[in-house]
Design a protein around this ligand. Structure first.
Ligand code: SAH
Length: 395
């Protein structure tokens, strides 16, 4: 087996079971590993540490599969990992009662680079690393085998694949093509999911519990759902008897599906409106027009994928949160999110605090939010906790 040798001192993170080895940590590569091939990892003193998948063009040069020297990286290994991943979900919720659930959450489930979501009887996979790419057929068969489902669709059309030197790929892997729109029910609300063209694998499953919180807070309020996509929070607000809901979203396609979602629930469409456009400009315009709301939801796209983009991202968050606060009536609630890996919860809270100060509001955090339970976080991989949110009450 080809192997890599770390520079002195760089074994620390491997010993703490962090699954990533960056190119800068490597002293030497022995043999000529192919992309995705399993390599042994040795410390500078020649001690065997772990085994993982090699990736020649990624900054993350090796992603670790196992710290156990006895464990062979074979089809059996991946079958067991998927079984464990499904078992975790099964022990929290009766999976038969959930229409949509994340079954595999990459590094946090011991499979760096693999995402698998289920929408009713369709599995949707994303392969984001060379290691997963190499084992894709084995993983696909195992997924079908273990879940007992028949249909697997692939959405490996994510930007991070280019960092790995992988091309985008989408399409049917096993079984039958998914319906144009899959109708899922989540806590009493129906959503139509476009697994072929929707964001991620079609839906923001990670916001499930936060949608419920929004529904609980919405009664009687005028709600602004900014970056509304297909209306996840907007529908939750209507379901929770909001007085009115205004959505801001730049994508026409997302707005059109959001409108279909309202119809799918037989909700009163008179209480909901959409504005297509750029949130940064529209929020400013509404502030200048003296518009006010009782609840403002800010769920922007990722402003910083990496730490290098943090500063620019911080300015973006500050800007929209400041405007969000300005648009609230006294007694209003700001529900604000960041899904940027490069922005920590501490930094996010500081940015929101700065925004409240500049907006001249007295603000308190009432609740902290995160990704839902089926997106677990391995304690060895804090990066897995990417979604952070704050529920902020203003006087
Ligand atoms: N809140 C949504 C997910 C939001 S994802 C949910 O829970 O389902 C971010 C959304 O912001 C995407 O739909 C994207 O099209 C939209 N978007 C990106 N940049 C934008 C901008 N400058 N103004 C308005 N919408 C934007």
């Amino acid at each position: 087996m080809p192997s890599v040798v770390l520079k002195p001192g760089r074994e620390k993170s491997v010993l703490r079971r962090h699954p990533w080895i960056f190119s800068g940590a490597l002293a030497e590569v022995r043999g000529i590993p192919e992309d995705g091939e399993t390599v042994s990892i040795y410390s500078s003193q020649g001690v065997w540490l772990a085994k993982g998948a090699y990736s020649s063009s990624s900054q993350i040069r090796v992603r670790i599969w196992s710290w156990n020297p006895e464990e062979e990286i074979t089809p059996h290994f991946f079958k067991e990992r998927i079984k464990k991943s499904v078992k975790l979900r099964d022990s929290f919720v009766d999976l038969n009662r959930l229409d949509a659930v994340r079954l595999v959450h990459a590094e946090s489930d011991g499979m760096p680079g693999l995402i698998v979501d289920r929408y009713r009887d369709t599995l949707v996979m994303q392969c984001l690393s060379w290691g997963i790419e190499r084992w894709r057929d084995v993983l696909s068969d195992a997924l079908i085998d273990i879940t007992g489902l028949n249909n697997l669709y692939e959405r490996s059309d994510v930007e991070v694949r280019t960092l790995e030197g992988l091309e985008a790929r989408t399409g049917l892997v096993i079984g039958e093509n998914p319906a144009d729109l899959i109708n899922i029910a989540e806590n009493g609300i129906h959503y139509l999911i476009d697994v072929r063209r929707g964001h991620k694998t079609g839906f923001y499953l990670d916001q499930r519990s936060n949608r419920q919180i929004v529904a609980q807070l919405a009664a009687g309020r005028d709600v602004l759902d900014c970056f509304s996509y297909t209306g996840g929070f907007a529908l939750a607000s209507l379901y929770g008897f909001a007085n009115s809901v205004l959505c801001i979203e730049s994508s026409d396609e997302a707005i059109s599906l959001a409108k279909q979602n309202v119809s799918a629930n037989e909700m009163n469409a008179n209480n909901i409106r959409w504005i297509q456009g750029n949130a940064f400009q529209l929020l400013r315009k509404m502030r200048d027009q003296g518009k006010y709301f009782d609840m403002v939801i800010l769920d922007p796209p990722k402003f910083a994928a990496t730490a290098a983009q943090t500063e620019r991202a911080a300015r973006g968050y500050k800007d929209i949160n400041l405007l969000g606060f300005k648009l609230l009536r006294p007694g209003g609630i700001l529900i604000t999110f960041s899904c940027s890996g490069g922005v920590s919860i501490d930094l996010f809270q500081k940015i929101v605090a700065g925004a409240a100060l500049d907006a001249g509001v007295e603000a308190r955090i009432v609740q902290r939010l995160s990704q839902d339970w089926d997106h677990p976080v391995s304690l060895n991989f804090p990066e897995g906790s990417y979604l952070k949110g704050l529920v902020v009450y203003i006087e």
